[in-house]
Design a protein around this ligand. Sequence first.
Ligand code: BV8
Length: 231
Amino acid sequence: MPENIVILTGAGLSAESGLGTFRDKDGLWTQYDLEEVATPEGFARNPTLVQDFYNARRANCRAATPNAAHHALARLARDYPGTVTLVTQNIDDMLERALRDASCTSDVIHMHGELARALCNACGHRWDAPAEMHADDPCPACGRAATRPDVVWFGEIPYHMEAIDTALSRATLFAAIGTSGEVYPAAGFVQIAREMGAHTVELNLDPSANVHIFDETRPGPATQTVPAWVN
Ligand code: BV8
């Protein structure tokens, strides 16, 4: 494997762990209006609806287990220390659990935040989210009822963009796994990697919106394509 690998993952990586995707048939955005549950405006209008949406996903996440694709990525990160940057749009902790199983201390860059974390809109305090969050929960630091899931909604600035841009600037290999290439800035990473001279590969069940930009595509379910690609 080359010396600097950036891997971007999306909901398709966790699909076979039973966690929903967004834009597939009966995906989350076919069941919920993303304007209502994944925007700050939607949260301001109906915080209970949004907290319940994330409480249900938090429960699903707790009941799920990492799949063969998560474990393959954990092995890759373990076997090539300091070489693999794992960037995910996902807010689940499947990759962290697979990394722990592989006794690998690599980080996961959650550019859209994490289900497991909570944020106070009033004072900016962050803490480990309880299993269930409610609209009037007081912030453990400032006491105000301004708490929310620590996730990045549409119109909000993704986390860790500087670290991601630095990794992309050094990439010799860029892989996108299980993402539709519909959401920016993540969908633009492949173009940046290409401009930096990286080889680019898409591992996806169906061709993404930006499949034409990739040098190589490996179609199929992640639990088959990712272990084959890693090995
Ligand atoms: C930003 C919250 C500025 C957490 C999510 C107008 C107004 C405001 C903004 C915009 C605008 N127009 C465009 C934008 C930008 C906007 C955007 O991109 N909108 C889109 C809809 C056009 N983006 C933003 O607002 C972002 N912020 O732009 O700030 C900025 C930018 C740069 C620098 C500074 C400032 C914020 C975006 C984050 C939004 N939050 N979710 C949560 O609830 O999870 S987005 C949501 O979509 C999820 O986070 C998800 O991760 C993300 C991407 O979806 P995918 O992961 O790709 O999932 P999807 O279902 O779409 O696809 C699944 C894929 O897997 C499919 O291709 C399928 O084939 C494949 N698959 C399925 N099963 C398998 C599989 N593959 C392999 N194996 C399988 N088994």
